[in-house]
Design a protein around this ligand. Structure first.
Ligand code: ADP
Ligand code: ZN
Ligand code: ZN
Length: 723
C-alpha cells in the first residue's frame, strides 16, 4: 500500500507516515486529515515514500485527501522547508502558519467568481446616447462609461451605484470576459523623471533575480513606481506579490491597486479575513488566477505559479517580523523567494532598515532613489525645541502650544506624536546628561522598577538603582518618558474649542474603527490629533500642517540598540504626514539633546548621513548587521524556572559552540512579567551566519530532547528585532 509522509502542526520536528489506499505522486503537496493520538489532525503530504521506518502493519491510514484544489507545488514546499530550517521551527508548524486554516482542515473550498467585471452593452451605449428622461439608471451608465471596465463591487460604490441591479436587468450593463489584467485605469498620472528612471532601471535589467532598494522620501510616489512595475509584470502574463506592513493601516492602498487594474484579479490576504475568503484567495493564487496578491507578512507564503515580481512596501517596518510562534521575517523570506524563483524584488522605504541600506551601499542590492516629492514642492521644515531649561505643561512646551493655537486659528490640523515605544528604559540625569551605561558593554542599563535594579540586557550586569547622579550628585534622576499619557486631557483643557482625537491601538482596534478614524480625520472633523506610531504610516491628510513630537529622547538612550534607528524612521515618517498637499508643513521636536546627531540629520532630512553614522556605531559596538544573533527565550510562572532552563542551555551551548560563536548570560527580559508568566532570554551571536546556524541546529535538537519543567515554554528567535 502507498505510504505518505505528512507534516503535522505539532511542536516536534519530525514527520509522520501514514498508509493510503490510493495515494499517488500527484498527492504530494495536498492537505490531508489523519488520525492522531485519540483524535484527528490536519496536515500536508510532503512526500511519498517507498518504505517507512515504522512497521507497515502499525501504520494508520489517512482519512481524507483534499483533491478539489491543486496540490502545493514543489517550490512552495521548498519555501516552507527553508523557513523551517532557517528559523529552526518544526516544518508542520510552518505549514500550519502558511496555509489558510480552512484549506489545512481539508475543507471543501468554495470558489465562485463573485465579483465579475462589468461594462456597458451596446444597448447601454444606445440608451445613453438616446437618454431622453433622466433616471438613476442613466446616471449610472454615464458614470460607468467614464470609469471603463469595472468590478461589480466597485460599480456599486459609484454615486448612482444603487441602480446597478436595474441597469443589469435592462441589459444595459453586462459581465465581460477576457479583459486584459494589465490594462490600467485611464486616469493614471504622468511619471516624474525620477519615477520614470526607477521604473526603467528595473525594467531594463536582465531577467532573473535582482534585489532593489527603492529609497524615496515620503510623498515621492513610491506607490506609483510599484504600480508601473506591476503593470509591466501583468502585461508579461506574470503574477505580482505586494507586501504591506499592516493591512488594517492600508485600506487606501488596497483600493488604489484595485482601481488601477480594474480587469486584474486582485486578491488580498491577511489574517483578519474571514476563513472562507482567505482560503479562496489562497487557492486563486495557487491556481494562477490571481494576478496581484496584496497582503501582510503571511501573504509571503502565497503560492504563485506565474510569479514575476515581488514588492515590499515600507520594508523597514517591524511588523514584517512575526513576534510569536515561527518568528520569520517576511521581508527576508521575500528576498529569499525572489532568488529562488529568479525574479526581481523591490524593497521600498523612505527610511530603509540599516540592514537593507548597508546591502545597497555594498552593492549587494541595487539602488533606486526618489529624492523629490511628487506633489508638494518641499519637505516639511523640521525644528528642534530645546526643553532643557523649560517648564513643560504635561509634556507640552510653550512653543508647541502656540504653534497648535495658530493652526487652530487657520483651520488646519495638528498632530501631537507621542513616542511611547521607548518608555521607561534607562535612567538619566537631566542636570548633566549622565545616562546609566553598562560598564561591560556599549548597551545602556535598564531600569527595573519592581525590584529597583539596573540591568544590562546584553551581558547580564545587575546593579542597584543609585539615589543620586554618580557624576554630579543631582538627586532628581528619573526614567525617561513620564507624563505623556496625560497630554490628550491637557490639550482638551487648553483648547476647549478644538476637537481632539486620539489615535492609537486602543482607539483603532479593528479595521472598521481605524477606517472611520481615518475618514473623520480626512473630512476635517478633528483639529488636534494625539497619536502613537500608528499615525506614522503612510496616509495623506491634506489639512495636517503641524507635527509636534514629544518624548522622543527616550529612544536615544534606550537599551535596545535599534531604538535610535526606529526613532529616526518614525520621526521621518510622521514628519512626512505634515504638509502633504499644498500647505507647507512643519515638524517641532521637543528635546533635551538638540545637538544630538540624530536630530541634526533629521533637520536636514538626511537619512543617509544618519544611516552611515548609526552603522559606524553598530560596527564599533559589534551589533547587527555586523554580527548575527539569535535569542533563546524561556518563560514560566516563576522566573527561577526560566532562568534555570536558560542556565542549562547556556552550559550546553558553551560545550558545543564552535569558535566564533559567543554565548552571553541569561537575563530576565525587560518586561519580565507578561500575562502571569516570567520571561528571560539568552543571546548567542557570531560574526558569520553559517557557523551560528550550524551550532543552533545542533543545540536546539539537544534542547528538544531534554525534559523540562512542566510549565516551562521556550522558543528561539533568529535575527531578533528586540534584544
Ligand atoms: P510615498 O508612498 O512615496 O510616500 P505616494 O505614492 O503615496 O508616496 O505619493 C504621494 C502623492 O503623490 C500621492 O497623492 C500620489 O497620488 C501623488 N503622486 C505620485 N506620483 C505622482 C505623479 N507622477 N504625478 C502626480 N501625482 C503623483
Ligand atoms: Zn552589559
Ligand atoms: Zn548628573
Amino acid at each position: 500500500m502507498p505510504i505518505v509522509r505528512v507534516a503535522l502542526p505539532v511542536p516536534l520536528p519530525q514527520l509522520f507516515d501514514y498508509s493510503s489506499q490510493d495515494a499517488c505522486d500527484e498527492d504530494v503537496g495536498r492537505c490531508v486529515r489523519v488520525p492522531f493520538g485519540r483524535g484527528e489532525k490536519s496536515g500536508l503530504i510532503v512526500a511519498r515514500v517507498a518504505e517507512s521506518d515504522l512497521d507497515p502493519a502499525r501504520l494508520k491510514a489517512v482519512r481524507h485527501i483534499q483533491r478539489e484544489v491543486a496540490p502545493l507545488p514543489a517550490d512552495w514546499l521548498e519555501l516552507v522547508g527553508f523557513v523551517a530550517r532557517y528559523y529552526h521551527a518544526p516544518l508542520g508548524e510552518v505549514i500550519a502558519l502558511a496555509l489558510p486554516p480552512g484549506l489545512r482542515r481539508a475543507d471543501a473550498v468554495s470558489d465562485r467568481e463573485s465579483d465579475p467585471l462589468l461594462d456597458l452593452s451596446e444597448a447601454g451605449h444606445a440608451a445613453l446616447a438616446e437618454g431622453r428622461r433622466a433616471s438613476r439608471a442613466l446616471a449610472l451608465l454615464g458614470e460607468l462609461r467614464a470609469a471603463g471596465v469595472i468590478r461589480r463591487s466597485a460599480a456599486r460604490e459609484l454615486p448612482a451605484g444603487a441602480a446597478l441591479g436595474d441597469a443589469m436587468k435592462r441589459g444595459w450593463v453586462v459581465a465581460v470576459r477576457g479583459a486584459d489584467p494589465a490594462m490600467p485605469a485611464a486616469n493614471r498620472p504622468e511619471l516624474t523623471d525620477e519615477q520614470r528612471a526607477a521604473v526603467e532601471a528595473v525594467s531594463a535589467a536582465p531577467q532573473g533575480f535582482a534585489p532593489w532598494l527603492l529609497q524615496g522620501v515620503t510623498g515621492s510616489g513610491k506607490t506609483e513606481v510599484y504600480l508601473r512595475l506591476a503593470e509591466r509584470a501583468l502585461a508579461a502574463g506574470q503574477q505580482v506579490l505586494m507586501l504591506v506592513p499592516e493591512i488594517a493601516l492600508t485600506p487606501q492602498l488596497e483600493s488604489r491597486v484595485a482601481n488601477r487594474f480594474p480587469a486584474a484579479c486582485v486578491v488580498s490576504l491577511h489574517s483578519a479575513l474571514a476563513e472562507g475568503a482567505r482560503s479562496r484567495g489562497f487557492v486563486q493564487a495557487l491556481e494562477g488566477r490571481a494576478d496581484i496578491v496584496l497582503g501582510t507578512r503571511l501573504s509571503v507564503f502565497a503560492p504563485l505559479p506565474r510569479l514575476g515580481l515581488i514588492l515590499v512596501d515600507e520594508e523597514h517596518d517591524a511588523s514584517y517580523k512575526q513576534q510569536e510562534g515561527v518568528r520569520y521575517s517576511a521581508r527576508d523570506v521575500a528576498v529569499w523567494r525572489a532568488r529562488q524563483r529568479g525574479v526581481p524584488v523591490v524593497l521600498g522605504s523612505a527610511t530603509p532598515s540599516l540592514e537593507s541600506w548597508q546591502h545597497a551601499r555594498l552593492e549587494r542590492y541595487r539602488s533606486l532613489r526618489l529624492d523629490a516629492r511628487a506633489l508638494a514642492s518641499t519637505l516639511p521644515a523640521v525644528r528642534r525645541i530645546d526643553t532643557r531649561r523649560m517648564k513643560l505643561d504635561e509634556g507640552l512646551s510653550p512653543q508647541l502650544k502656540t504653534a497648535i493655537g495658530e493652526r487652530l486659528a487657520r483651520g488646519e490640523q495638528s498632530l501631537v506624536f507621542l513616542n511611547r515605544r521607548g518608555y521607561a528604559p534607562v535612567l538619566s540625569c537631566p542636570a548633566c546628561g549622565w545616562v546609566s551605561q553598562c560598564p561591560h558593554c556599549s548597551a545602556n542599563l535598564v531600569v527595573h522598577l519592581a525590584d529597583r535594579r539596573l540591568r544590562c540586557h546584553h551581558c547580564g550586569c545587575d546593579t542597584e538603582v543609585p539615589h543620586h547622579c554618580p557624576v554630579c550628585s543631582n538627586q532628581d534622576i528619573q526614567p525617561f518618558g513620564r507624563g505623556t499619557q496625560r497630554v490628550e486631557a491637557r490639550l482638551v483643557e487648553l483648547f476647549p474649542e478644538a476637537r481632539v482625537l486620539r489615535v492609537d491601538r486602543d482607539s483603532a482596534r479593528t479595521r472598521n474603527q481605524w477606517e472611520s478614524l481615518l475618514a473623520q480625520i480626512a473630512s476635517g472633523e478633528a483639529d488636534i490629533l494625539v497619536g502613537t506610531q500608528m499615525m506614522a504610516k503612510g496616509h495623506d491628510f491634506p489639512q495636517l500642517t503641524l507635527v509636534g513630537v514629544i518624548g522622543a529622547d527616550a529612544s536615544l538612550h534606550a537599551a535596545d540598540f535599534r531604538a535610535p534607528e526606529r526613532l529616526f524612521q518614525q520621526l521621518m515618517q510622521v514628519g512626512g504626514r505634515a504638509g502633504r498637499a499644498h500647505l507647507p508643513g512643519e515638524v517641532l521636536i521637543q528635546t533635551e539633546y538638540p545637538d544630538h546627531p540624530l536630530y541634526r540629520c533629521l533637520v536636514k532630512h538626511d537619512f543617509d548621513a544618519f544611516a552611515a553614522s548609526a552603522l559606524d556605531e553598530r560596527r564599533a559596538a559589534g551589533f547587527p548587521p555586523f554580527t548575527f544573533q539569535a535569542m533563546l527565550r524561556a518563560d514560566a510562572p516563576m522566573l527561577d524556572d526560566a532562568m534555570q532552563f536558560l542556565a542549562h542551555a547556556r552550559r550546553l551551548a558553551q560545550e558545543m559552540a564552535p569558535a566564533g560563536v559567543r554565548v552571553f548570560d541569561a537575563v530576565p527580559m525587560r518586561m519580565t512579567r507578561l500575562a502571569r508568566r516570567e520571561r528571560a532570554q539568552l543571546l548567542v551571536e557570531a560574526d558569520e551566519r553559517a557557523p551560528l546556524q550550524g551550532f543552533i541546529a545542533h543545540w536546539i535538537e539537544v534542547l528538544r530532547g531534554q525534559r523540562t519543567h512542566r510549565e516551562l515554554r521556550w522558543q528561539l528567535d533568529v535575527d531578533p528585532l528586540d534584544v
